[in-house]
Design a protein. Structure first.
Length: 574
């Protein structure tokens, strides 16, 4: 203990002395380089009691630092095993701790302000079978909810796959249901994995009972917003990905996100992160109870914890950077003309493209590809060369050109939630101003009309769109026909406030927003909801995702088959 006190006093004195020195005299001392640790095939999944400390075979692996009175672990020292000195949600047991017979003794516990001893300790033995990689899930299990911090938990040994999918363009995924009941929001019972719009992913990952897991299925890689649904149609929230995001405040009996206070407004949206599932990846969507949510009750000024069944996305093997595959889809806004888009003579879909609808994605290998537009007879109308690099995502837009002839334009999409937030969006060094939203609402605007040279997209009553980033409104202003904005091309809206109305104004250089084009129907936030029937207890005001809103058609249709001007919505993630 005396050595510890001496260490902290030395650090304090050294810090005070250093403050008096010039910046040029600062010295930065790094931790000594440690030899790499070989991991076993056993993982500890720490999702039960609030455990920050880990002891394996009587060897402490964490720093055993008390939190301060506010619950923050200020001053926690890094260890050989944990950079921040604390046990997280997942940890691969180092091979050095596996005994010859394959066994290992684990002790997990928490630390509490004002207490030197470990709190809520739990001990158990695990065993490695190198032929069957296994995750040991310690999860909250049993009755939960309300304001009580839960300490009752259960241990589940769940085998996992680390072998990649048979098709290298695919990823593997399964559903693990470790939910408990009763649940404060009745999010309990059998669980089903669904897409963002609520449609079932597969019968294999449907109706999984508590304590059970599905087989893995293979799906084409891509950016997805998976959700988990109960048998009676309720959608579970996910455990938030980024601590900085204020998306974990929910309705106590609904699990849907809320905003504001006195009154508290229920958005009727359930938190569900968007993620790119990499080719060759193996994933588990795991459901269990979590105390990571809070609720602000009517009349209260402070939120209190809520325990809810919720889900996490867990990588079962090490995700590799995708440097091999890209994706391409097509959208046609040429009315009355049957066209088809192909890549290297392979159509993106069977049959003609429907007006204002997107095809499914086609996976392309890194390299140069020929994208062609043909009519119903197979006659070539246009073609473009597309250079695909790993992780690229493109949409081939087909629209009528100046002379009425079809135009094929390839537009790159950014499906991530990453964005730059600084005083100067073109600054020389923005490395410290990069942020990410795990549940983005991103919109790109296009003007593909036949007779409106320049448009500005606005909110209700001509209000200029600003979105979450104050300078990003230029992505919706002065958009010329066929123009593709490449510098800050998206409007990023807050997932808590979203989109209310979208209107179109005929603008001119120096005139903003211009004249309201009343012939173009306005869009409401609910137009961004793919399947309203998903919401059994009332529609949310919008759905999150990555979108393109394109103005199409003509203000003054003259010929049969021409379409009246309107905005269409294309969602690029699943």
């Amino acid at each position: 203990m005396q050595a510890v006190k001496y260490f902290f006093v030395t650090l304090l004195l050294a810090g005070l002395w250093a403050c008096k020195k010039d910046k040029a005299d600062y010295l930065f001392q790094e931790l000594p380089q440690q030899p790499p640790l070989t991991g076993s095939t056993v993982r500890l999944m720490n999702m039960g009691r609030t455990a920050t400390e880990l002891i394996i075979n009587d060897t402490p692996l964490t720093s055993f630092t008390q939190p301060n009175i506010e619950g923050y672990y200020i001053g926690a020292k890094p260890t050989l095993y944990f950079q921040n000195g604390r046990l997280g949600a997942s940890y691969t047991i180092p091979q050095k701790f596996i005994r010859q017979d394959g066994s290992t003794h684990i002790k997990i516990a928490g630390m509490m302000y004002g207490h030197t001893e470990l709190v809520y300790p739990k001990e158990f033995d695990i065993r490695e079978d190198v032929n069957n990689p296994t995750d040991f899930y310690n999860v909250l299990y049993g009755a939960h909810g309300g304001n009580t911090i839960l300490t009752e938990d259960s241990l589940f040994a769940i085998p996992r796959s680390i072998s990649p999918p048979a098709n290298p363009e695919h990823f593997k995924i399964r559903l693990l249901n470790l939910s408990s009941s009763p649940d404060a929001a009745s999010l309990e019972g059998d669980m089903t994995l669904v897409w963002a719009d609520g449609t079932k992913v597969s019968t294999t990952t449907s109706d999984i009972a508590s304590g059970k897991y599905s087989d893995y299925i293979e799906l084409p890689y891509g950016t997805c917003q998976f959700k988990v649904m109960t048998s009676d149609g309720k959608v579970l929230p996910a455990v938030r990905v980024n601590a900085e995001e204020l998306l974990s405040q929910v309705g106590r009996t609904t699990g849907t996100m809320t905003t504001g206070q006195n009154p508290v407004v229920d958005t009727k949206l359930t938190y569900a992160p968007i993620r790119t599932f990499q080719p060759g990846g193996v994933y588990t969507i795991m459901v269990c109870a979590s105390m990571s949510f809070s609720a602000l009750d009517a009349g209260s000024n402070s939120a209190s914890p809520v325990g809810l069944n919720s889900y996490r996305i867990i990588a079962d093997n090490k995700e590799a950077l995708n440097i091999t595959y890209g994706r391409l889809q097509a959208v046609s806004v040429i009315p009355g003309v049957s066209v088809s888009v192909s890549a290297d003579n392979m159509p993106l879909q069977e049959g003609a493209l429907a007006f204002g609808k997107a095809t499914g994605y086609k996976t392309l290998i890194n390299g140069t590809h020929l994208v062609q537009l043909t009519d119903a007879s197979g006659k070539k109308l246009a073609e473009q060369t597309l250079r695909i690099q790993g992780s690229d995502n493109y949409t081939a837009w087909v629209y009528p050109g100046e002379n009425g002839q079809p135009v094929l334009k390839l537009i790159a999409n950014n499906l991530s939630g990453n964005f730059y937030l600084g005083n100067n969006p073109k600054g020389d060094d923005g490395s410290n101003d990069q942020y990410s939203y795990s549940m983005p609402l991103k919109v790109r605007f296009l003007n593909l009309s036949t007779d409106i040279p320049e448009v500005t997209f606005t909110g209700a009553n001509g209000a200029l769109l600003t979105g979450f980033l104050t300078y990003s409104g230029t992505a919706s202003q002065h958009i010329q026909r066929g123009q593709v904005i490449t510098d800050q091309p998206y409007m990023l809206f807050s997932p808590l406030t979203g989109i209310n109305k979208l209107a179109v104004y005929a603008s001119q250089p120096g005139v903003l927003p211009g004249d309201w084009v009343q012939e173009v129907p306005q869009l409401s936030g609910t137009d961004f909801i793919a399947r309203p029937e998903l919401y059994t207890s009332g529609l949310p005001p919008y759905e999150t995702g990555v979108y393109t809103v394109a103005l199409t058609g003509s203000l003054h249709p003259k010929n049969p088959g021409e379409a009246a001007a309107r905005m269409i919505i294309i969602k690029h993630n699943q």
